[in-house]
Design a binder for this molecule. Structure first.
Ligand code: CA
Length: 534
């Protein structure tokens, strides 16, 4: 019997045999569906290993190290509920009433990913970004609200590891990974934290008579909510210490939060300029989570003249301020910047909502819920002017950043790491993703698997055709499909036509992908800290 994979594939007009037959001198063509993965370790997601890319990345990192004499600084700029389509470089910007020249400039000078995946909501995404683990592993399957218990707890964050290796670690802005002491940023790897512990609407929605007249106009209910056990202030904390209240987040204070937090990060960057050790700045904006009350400098300034659009202007302006500071202080060349959003648009609050060209929204595992902007910028190391559709998951950030910092041996070995090391993908011009499978989870319900251009869906939120037009993923109904569904994301990016009956040849491969993923939970059992009813 012919070995698996010994078939011909057609690529760019040339028939080639795969796998490569060295005696014939034919190179192996990579294909995200047909090519096999490599097992890195029992506790790691299997991945593609592209030898030439690995060598190219190593060359670039060596040259960077020779120029700067130390590992790179890292700036993660994470926006909130901003859609795949909001920024100009993704087809939004001026076309949707909110020009984003600073972000566009950065994207064009770096690498823009079109298949960057978050999780369906804030907390699961943020925890996956920091731990390299899916929500079924770190246990934060939905956001904790109004002082609810549960958070990162004993998870190991990328900040923990970078910090141990000598990085200065700074967290600014929204946290939302648990309000209990052990889950606060100063106890999860950060030297310093300046921001709020929860999520924007929780601080202000009950103060606004438009949204909550029954609380605002009732002394009893106002007192009742003021006595609820969540901190109404934004805070400052240093490693291991108690957080100190900076200011109560009233609506006027909230309008200035992103400006103040940007100022704090700018001061941090200036302080870091003459430091010997590199730094990791995890800057999380308040915007553009509902309800948006833009800073007075931006009110009515966007062509869209809506608070959401004005807020996007401000988020873009903040990128401009941070990049200008890096330039002025001579640090831009040795800083890796990643810009993204923690999930898709929140459409239940439309029109205070983002834009995505994809199906459905935040809270769902349709593309609109989890496909987010992903921009990498690193002058002289990441080739400028690239747009790439290779798969990238938020979980990939931990192993990737560790490799870029020369700390690849410090990926935790005592727990399952879902993240794939994508350093060679990011650093090689026109690189190939090292990730074969993108897994979609709705709380504890496995939803879908993407391989190449195909998405095999076993369960999802709602099946109402109206959700194609984004009424919102949080109000949908979860449902399982008896036979599964298959979408071709290139032919049908809005996922409106199941293609399974025409493509049954793929079924076994996709089911195997799901099976192997689910089997990994045998040796590494799932964890539930904050759950979702699915
Ligand atoms: Ca969010």
């Amino acid at each position: 019997m012919a070995p698996i994979g010994a078939f011909s594939v057609h690529r760019t007009g040339v028939w080639i045999r795969w796998p490569a037959d060295a005696s014939l001198g034919v190179a192996m063509a990579h294909d995200p569906i047909a090519s096999p993965t490599t097992t890195i370790a029992d506790n790691r997601e299997p991945q593609f290993v592209h030898d030439e890319q690995v060598a190219e990345a190593a060359r670039r990192l060596e040259s960077q190290r020779a120029r700067h004499g130390r590992p790179p600084n890292i700036l993660v700029y994470l926006t909130d509920d901003v859609g795949w389509g909001d920024f100009g470089c993704y087809g939004g910007g001026v076309a949707v009433g909110c020009p984003t020249p600073n972000i566009d400039r950065l994207a064009h000078a770096g690498l823009m990913l079109t298949s960057c995946y978050s999780e369906p909501t804030c907390t699961p995404s943020r925890a996956s970004l920091l731990t390299g683990r899916l929500p079924m592993r770190h246990g934060l399957q939905r956001p904790p609200m109004y002082g609810e218990p549960g958070g990162l707890g004993d998870e190991i964050t990328v900040a923990d590891i970078l910090s141990t290796a000598g990085y200065h670690t700074q967290c600014v802005g929204k946290w939302h990974l648990g309000e209990s002491t052990e889950s606060q940023p100063q106890n999860c790897g950060f030297d310093d934290f300046y921001g709020f512990l929860s999520v924007s609407d929780m601080y202000t929605e009950w103060r606004d008579p438009y949204f909550f007249p029954e609380i605002v106009y009732s002394e009893e209910r106002t007192r009742w909510i003021e006595n609820q056990p969540f901190n109404k202030c934004f805070v400052h904390a240093t490693r291991g210490g108690e957080p100190e209240n900076v200011e109560e987040v009233t609506i006027p204070v909230l309008t200035e939060l992103d400006d103040k937090w940007c100022g704090y990060s700018v001061d941090f960057l200036r302080r870091m300029a003459d430091q010997e050790r590199p730094w990791f700045l995890y800057h999380n904006t308040r915007g553009a989570h509902f309800d948006n009350y833009p800073h007075e400098r931006f009110v009515g300034r966007s062509p869209g003249r809506h608070p959401y659009k004005d807020t996007i202007l401000e988020l873009d302006d903040i990128v401009g301020r941070l990049v200008a500071t890096l330039e002025e202080t001579g640090q831009l060349e040795n800083t890796l910047i990643f810009i993204s959003s923690d999930n898709g648009p929140e459409m239940e609050t439309w029109p205070d909502a983002a834009y995505t060209p994809f199906r459905c929204a935040k809270g769902s595992t349709w593309e609109g819920g989890v496909r987010v902007p992903g921009i990498f910028h690193w002058p002289g190391v990441i080739e400028p002017g690239q747009v790439n559709d290779g798969l990238f998951s938020f979980t990939d950030l931990l192993p990737t950043l560790l490799t870029l910092a020369g700390l690849e041996d410090f990926v935790p070995a005592d727990r399952f790491i879902d993240g794939v090391d994508q350093a060679s993908f990011l650093l090689s011009p026109d690189g190939l993703s090292n990730r074969k499978h993108q897994y979609y989870w709705l709380g504890q319900m496995f939803s879908a698997l993407r391989v190449g251009e195909y998405k095999f869906m076993m369960a999802s939120i709602s099946d109402d055709d109206t959700d194609v037009h984004n009424p919102g993923g949080l109000t949908g109904v979860s449902q399982k499909y008896p036979y599964g569904r298959l979408y071709n994301l290139y032919l049908d990016p809005k996922e409106t036509r199941s293609y399974l009956i025409r493509k049954l040849a793929y079924l076994e491969a996709f089911q195997n992908g799901v099976r192997n993923h689910l089997m990994s939970f045998g040796e590494y059992p799932p964890k539930l800290v904050v759950g979702l009813n699915t």
